[in-house]
Write a protein that binds this ligand. Structure first.
Ligand SMILES: Nc1nc2c(ncn2[C@@H]2O[C@H](COP(=O)(O)OP(=O)(O)OP(=O)(O)O)[C@@H](O)[C@H]2O)c(=O)[nH]1
Ligand SMILES: [Mg+2]
Length: 378
């Protein structure tokens, strides 16, 4: 039986098929699981993935005991929990654990020497009643992408996260950020931009078809040859942005993953040397309650999520129980999180917040915004 899956799931599957190491395979499987459809027909698929994950973990345990005999390092995996997962990335001693402790209320080890954190530490942050997972990671160094100090395992965790919070020290902010960016890019993690908005799919019709010709910045023949060399003869190409061969290569590279980021600059006493690039969100850490609240809003934003509240007719809204949904979710998507009966019978909803007036009736496909209160009618 075929099961309809999302683009995210298909991408994760492609990563799995291209994974070279056990850690990469595991990260891809966990990503597949997190994007696995939730309806009943997909249960088998989910079970199959779980079985594969268990098998891989057993293999990794075996590798671990074998390699620890040889003096190799431990393997690392972090289970996703809550409405979204953020990872802390920084060079040694940049203040990751200091920041982690402040946000989660936990008490991870903070020392003034390097490599204090040697394994990921997981904490949950309360966001208006919803839970966000924050992962403190061991440091990234020059050479992590090649496997230095467990770099591959750490970067596999970064790859699977919903978004990244960089923690840099104020004195060396720009240098640290460039080093981190380079190591992540070498591992196929691209920051603060989206996958090229073009699609290249095998076609059941013979030959080459192109939509959006005005976006092609190279002779069409070059593109046709490039695809032919890669075994794509019958192909449909749709361009929605200026496109060169590099754009095409990037769009076809299933090993790449795209993440949004936020940069926290530690040690607030001095001004930072960090030059802001487009799309970069930079915040100097002062550890005040207002700043923590602001930080949480930014975390939701970089994970590309939206938070809403629900209410029952005639009752007050459940303001202490936010629901976190992917950005762009509709009233119907939110209903799916509340109860399946609502989904089946949903007629419309009332919205307080982003609608023109409070309590406005909206259709099922209305896209919700941060802080909206939704009341279902069914
Ligand atoms: N003054 C000041 N010191 C800080 C700040 N953040 C971190 N430190 C100090 O910097 C040192 C390292 O902090 P950690 O939080 O352990 O850094 P880390 O990035 O987790 O380090 P590793 O786990 O080794 O990678 C400690 O001595 C902290 O007290 C800050 O904002 N201000
Ligand atoms: Mg640490």
């Amino acid at each position: 039986m075929t099961t309809n899956v999302s683009i995210e799931y298909a991408n994760a599957q492609a990563k799995y098929e291209n994974a070279k190491t056990t850690a990469e395979k595991l990260a891809a499987l966990e990503e597949m699981k997190s994007y696995c459809p939730t309806h009943k027909g997909a249960e088998n698929l989910k079970n199959e993935i779980t079985k594969k994950i268990v098998k891989l973990k057993l293999e990794m345990e075996k590798e671990k005991t074998q390699s620890s005999k040889k003096g190799g390092g431990p393997t690392i995996s972090v289970k996703k929990e809550g409405a979204g997962q953020l990872v802390l990335v920084g060079v040694p001693n940049s203040g990751k654990t200091t920041f982690f402790n402040a946000m989660t209320g936990l008490n991870g080890p903070v020392e003034d020497y390097e490599f204090t954190t040697t394994l990921p530490d997981v904490g949950m942050i309360d966001f208006k009643g919803a839970k966000i997972q924050l992962v403190d990671l061991p440091p990234i160094v020059e050479g992590s992408a090649e496997g230095k100090v467990n770099g591959k395992e750490i970067l596999a965790v970064v790859r699977n996260a919903d978004a990244i919070v960089f923690v840099v020290s104020v004195e060396r902010a720009a240098r640290e950020y460039l080093l981190l960016k380079k190591e992540l890019e070498k591992s196929g993690i691209i920051l603060n931009r989206k996958k090229p908005n073009i699609s290249i799919v095998a076609s059941s019709f013979p030959g080459f078809s192109l939509t959006g010709k005005e976006f092609l910045k190279i002779p069409q023949e070059e593109l046709v040859n490039y695809l032919k060399e890669r075994g794509m003869q019958n192909v449909q190409v749709i361009l929605r942005e200026p496109t060169t061969l590099e754009t095409v290569a990037e769009a076809m590279d299933v090993t790449l993953t795209y993440k949004k980021t936020l940069i926290v600059v530690m040690k607030s006493s001095k001004t930072s040397e960090l030059k802001r690039e487009k799309e970069m969100i930079v915040m100097t850490w002062e550890n005040t309650p207002e700043q923590k609240a602001q930080m949480l809003d930014l975390m939701i934003e970089i994970m590309e999520k939206t938070y809403v509240f629900t209410k029952k007719p005639g009752q007050d809204a459940a303001m202490s129980m936010a629901l976190i949904v992917p950005k762009g979710s509709t009233v119907l998507d939110v209903a799916g999180l509340v109860h399946k009966d609502i989904v089946q019978n949903l007629k419309s909803a009332k919205i307080w917040g982003s609608a023109k007036f409070d309590g406005q009736r909206v259709a099922k496909d209305y896209v919700v915004q941060n802080g909206d209160i939704v009341e279902f009618s069914w």
